[in-house]
Design a protein around this ligand. Structure first.
Ligand SMILES: Cc1cc2nc3c(=O)[nH]c(=O)nc-3n(C[C@H](O)[C@H](O)[C@H](O)COP(=O)(O)O)c2cc1C
Ligand SMILES: CCCCCCC(=O)C(=O)O
Length: 414
């Protein structure tokens, strides 16, 4: 989009002006069990709620009287321009929200110029998702990444990797936080089963095979709970040339106790103390990812669907950034619901953000058009936030753009 052109504001009969509007409208359209499956987190819903609310402690520190008429929201990923620093996170079962599922998401991402993650639990084959967004010259207009778990069935895992390579996926997002499924009371209460007619071609399962069992049973059957850094990253590196990114982190109790002593850490709720506690949890994972030669990490808690009680990702981000010291790419997802959230994550050191549920809400609301509304809403908000803070490029978005209120104190720079 050109810098000086008027920015189109999405208008519709339902007046979807922001992501919460979209969430509300989409949720009204979904049957209870699908709505709860998509919208819930695990156990007590602590982490899912904090993922979004944790952004609000940060205040923006705008610079004024800056010419922002040519503000440029673009960035690059895998050597390709992104219209703004966003991707759609890999999330299972887009077709429960809209029959066109991941194909519609892919088309919307192409229109918006952002990247897309393909879940192992997608309802369409990788080939269909990639070819949904072909340019007139027959080339996919965006980059996709394939999300993988460490699977018990290594032969199947390898088949998925080969297919992803053949179809031109750029990276593996290895989901590291799911040796077992989170404790999801909503699924147990509803005896959640996937609706009839949904296929799971990437994991080579048809609807009947998946419907027969619970989500817990599916995870137990597929995911290898013996996964570990020492075995699995070298294996992945030995079988593929695709980039390897680690998504989600793991808790090291021994390390946590050690670091608690080191930092004399005591749980406090205000300002940066929250961030420090979070980052103790994930700095070690960042270092492991660097040590094992991964290309990047997604600071992620699976949208609060796995271990409840882990920190909001925006709170975990700063220490990961500090631990990385520029040695590995860092992206983040979880609770991002506005362009200002994207801005704050970039100011705290993320290169790019990803959103999971907002895409699902877009699909449920109006298929591809709904996802387009979601992406355009975030782009407009992000651009406005850049302009109103005096930032002309994503490189201008730094820690200096943020402040926090210390307890009983003035706004403090970070
Ligand atoms: C319905 C749903 C399904 C998901 N499925 C997967 C999945 O298959 N693999 C994965 O790594 N993460 C999965 N996630 C997590 C997302 O990749 C992402 O981390 C999370 O949705 C980000 O949080 P947000 O929804 O608040 O944006 C899923 C999330 C949701 C909401
Ligand atoms: C029945 C399988 C659906 C898998 C969706 C994945 C998911 O819920 C998650 O990872 O979270």
């Amino acid at each position: 989009m050109s810098g000086g052109a008027p920015i189109p504001v999405p208008v519709s009969g339902d007046r979807i002006l922001c992501i919460p509007d979209l969430q509300k409208a989409a949720s009204q359209k979904l049957p209870t069990s699908a709505r709860e499956f998509y919208n819930s987190g695990s156990t007590d819903q602590i982490t899912i709620n904090e993922n979004s609310t944790a952004f609000s402690k940060y205040r923006l520190r705008p610079r004024v009287l800056v010419d922002v008429s040519k503000a440029d929201t673009s960035t690059a990923l895998f050597g390709r321009r992104l219209e703004f620093p966003l991707g759609v996170s890999p999330a299972g079962m887009h077709a429960m929200a809209h029959p066109d599922g991941e194909k519609a998401t892919s088309r919307a991402c192409a229109k918006a110029g952002v990247a897309m993650g393909i879940s192992s639990y997608a309802n369409y084959p990788i080939a269909d998702i990639r070819s949904a967004c072909l340019s007139s010259s027959g080339i996919p207009q965006i980059d996709h990444v394939i999300q993988l778990y460490t699977m018990k069935d290594r032969a199947m895992q390898l088949r998925i990797i080969r297919e992803a390579e053949a179809r031109g996926c750029k990276a593996i997002f290895l989901t590291a936080d799911s040796p077992v499924l989170g404790v999801r009371y909503n699924e147990w209460r509803n005896d959640f089963r996937t609706p009839e007619g949904l296929e799971f071609p990437i994991i080579e399962r048809d609807t009947e095979m998946i419907r027969k069992v619970t989500h817990d049973d599916t995870f137990t059957a597929f995911n290898d709970d013996t996964h570990n850094w020492a075995r699995d990253i070298p294996w992945l590196k030995s079988v593929t040339g695709m980039e390897i990114w680690i998504k989600g982190s793991h808790y090291f109790p021994g390390l946590h106790r050690f670091l608690q002593k080191l930092f004399c850490y005591a749980p406090r709720r205000e300002g940066l103390a929250t961030a420090i506690s979070a980052c103790i949890l994930t700095a070690e994972d960042t270092l492991m990812a660097i040590e094992t030669g991964c290309h990047g990490i997604i600071v992620s808690n699976h949208g609060g669907r796995q271990l409840d009680g882990v920190p909001a990702t925006i709170d975990a981000l700063p220490e990961c950034v500090a631990a990385a010291a520029g040695r590995i790419r860092i992206h983040v997802d979880g609770g991002i619901r506005s362009g200002t959230d994207i801005f704050k994550a970039l100011a705290l050191g993320a290169e790019c953000c990803w959103v999971g549920r907002p895409a699902i809400w877009g699909l449920a609301y109006d298929g591809q058009a709904g996802v387009e509304i979601m992406l355009e809403t975030l782009r407009i908000e992000f651009k406005r936030c850049m302009q109103l803070t005096g930032c002309n490029s994503v490189k201008d978005i730094t820690l200096a753009c943020l402040g926090v209120y210390r307890v009983d104190g003035p706004l403090a720079r970070l």
